[in-house]
Design a protein around this ligand. Structure first.
Ligand code: RP5
Length: 159
């Protein structure tokens, strides 16, 4: 295991959404590398990144909006688990992103998260769950995260 996650986004305009993912990865002390790879604007980079990803990473988190082909194309070119994050688009509120990412043909899986910030956050937590199968330190951090989350709800008073 490399214990390292690749976080790719289709455009710098996706960064605000994907920051929700990066914050959780940092909180859980999970090593990652973030980069822009566009399925449509940099297809050769997409190919090279995807073909070599297994040499550096265990998991790829891929965020894209609109006609969001990035996660699916990466999944078609690597054996690594790919987690897709549909970015909320300005015209169709991310429903286009969601459907583009989730409706993969049988044989090429992409674990598709919710649209937007929650999806980005859950992508990091899903990656943490995969890594925690073989990494005790990440497992302990993840268990603590879940405990804190529960306690925060329990101690919230309605005034
Ligand atoms: C997708 O197109 C990106 O993932 C982004 O969400 C969307 C719009 O990109 P920009 O036109 O803002 O660069 O490829």
């Amino acid at each position: 295991m490399k214990n390292k996650v690749a976080v790719v986004m289709g455009s710098i305009s996706d960064k605000k959404t994907i920051d929700n993912c990066l914050n959780i990865l940092e909180e859980l002390n999970i090593e990652y590398e973030a980069k822009i790879v566009s399925a449509h604007r940099t297809p050769e980079l997409l190919f090279n990144f995807s073909k070599n990803a297994h040499e550096e990473y265990d998991i790829v988190i891929a965020a894209a909006g609109g006609s969001a082909h990035l996660p699916g194309m990466i999944a078609s070119l690597t054996i690594l688990p790919v987690i897709g994050v549909p970015v909320r688009s300005s015209n169709l509120n991310g429903v286009d992103s969601l459907l583009s990412i989730v409706q993969m043909p049988g044989g090429v899986p992409v674990a598709t998260m919710a649209i937007g910030d929650s999806g980005a956050k859950n992508a990091a937590l899903y990656a943490a769950r995969i890594l925690s199968l073989s990494n005790e330190k990440i497992k302990i951090k993840l268990e603590q995260f879940i405990k804190n989350q529960t306690n925060n709800v329990l101690k919230t008073e309605v005034v």
